[in-house]
Design a binder for this molecule. Structure first.
Ligand code: NCD
Length: 306
């Protein structure tokens, strides 16, 4: 398996064997992610964030620092030359000279693919519009595996904004490589993008619905997402769905004892804060798993780990 020098643009570029290998590497990296190492000493990671982020950017930076590397970049395109009208291809052709790996978040679908075509150093997609967020999917899979001991044979419910949420697109593609049943729960207008549901239907069983109560008793993993207000073309459409679903302690009465709840964060109002103290909540554990998974990815891509 060859990871050195690879881009991570779409989760669809990876086979199940490759994903399993990344998850295995992540498990082996847990102690290093805690105590640190100098594995990537002298290497530079550049973060190019054209959209807001807390976790993804900071966790890539933390992961790089943990491995002894350094980071440069911007989180605010207003301060970069983009403000002067520089196009993405030129920005990439400049920044690739400064760094060994680029991490890009951009509001446009296809931006990461374009950047990867222009860059000689590997490009990691940290979110391309509403399209994909592959490293989030990897840390989500890692969390499921760590918590449940398996991904196969689980009933997994993706709930929330399945239309504009990029994390659920990457996660759905990835899960379709495993033997899972997938329940897709959303308000009607936020149903899973057709291109995603059509692709995954060929491999696994999916059931789409609007009421989480119908699938909750069978669910092993409940993955909740925020409504992506900023991606709605029409504010009136957002107003219709705002606050239409919420997981509270009462909702969880029918849930399996060992069901886990995940969320890529940030949360707005879709999971009640009371749920944080239940045995189900795992969304803050996901944050740590994000660092662990990203240390594994950086070590593999930069050739420090085979
Ligand atoms: C997500 C994103 O940016 O797509 N956040 C993240 O990376 N953890 C989810 C979101 O913004 O709702």
């Amino acid at each position: 398996m060859q990871f050195k020098g690879r881009d991570i643009v779409s989760i669809k570029d990876f086979t199940r064997e490759e994903i399993d290998y990344i998850l295995k590497t992540a498990a082996a990296m847990e102690p290093i992610a805690k105590s640190g190492s100098d594995m990537l000493h002298g290497k530079i990671l550049a973060t190019l964030f054209f959209e807001p982020s807390t976790r993804t950017r900071l966790s890539f930076e933390a992961a790089m620092n943990k491995l002894g590397g350094t980071t440069i970049g911007f989180a605010e395109p207003k301060v970069a030359a983009i403000k002067k009208g520089e196009n993405l291809a030129d920005t990439i052709r400049v920044v690739e000279n400064y760094a060994d790996v680029l991490v890009l978040r951009h509001p446009l679908e296809g931006a990461a693919r374009l950047a990867a075509e222009f860059s000689d150093v590997p490009v990691i997609n940290a979110g391309s519009g509403a399209e994909e967020h592959p490293t989030q999917a990897l840390l989500d899979l890692y969390t499921i595996l760590k918590e449940k001991g398996t991904i196969d044979e689980l009933n997994i419910t993706l709930m929330g904004d399945l239309r504009y949420g990029r994390t659920v697109h990457s996660l759905a593609y990835a899960l379709s490589l495993y033997k899972v049943n997938l329940f897709l729960v959303s308000p009607e207008i936020l149903r899973m993008r057709r291109e995603v549901s059509d692709a995954i239907k060929k491999r696994i069983k999916i059931v789409e619905g609007t009421e989480v109560g119908e699938v909750l008793p069978e669910t092993d993993v409940l993955y909740v997402t925020r409504i992506q207000e900023e991606r709605f073309p029409d504010p009136a459409e957002y107003a219709k769905v705002r606050g239409t679903y919420k997981i509270g302690v009462a909702t969880l009465q029918d849930a399996k004892e060992d069901m886990i709840i995940m969320h890529p964060l940030p949360r707005v109002d879709e999971i009640d804060h009371e749920v944080d103290n239940t045995r189900h909540a795992r969304y803050f554990q996901q944050v740590w798993n994000g660092i662990v998974t990203r240390t594994a990815l950086l070590a593999l891509i930069l050739g420090a780990k085979k």
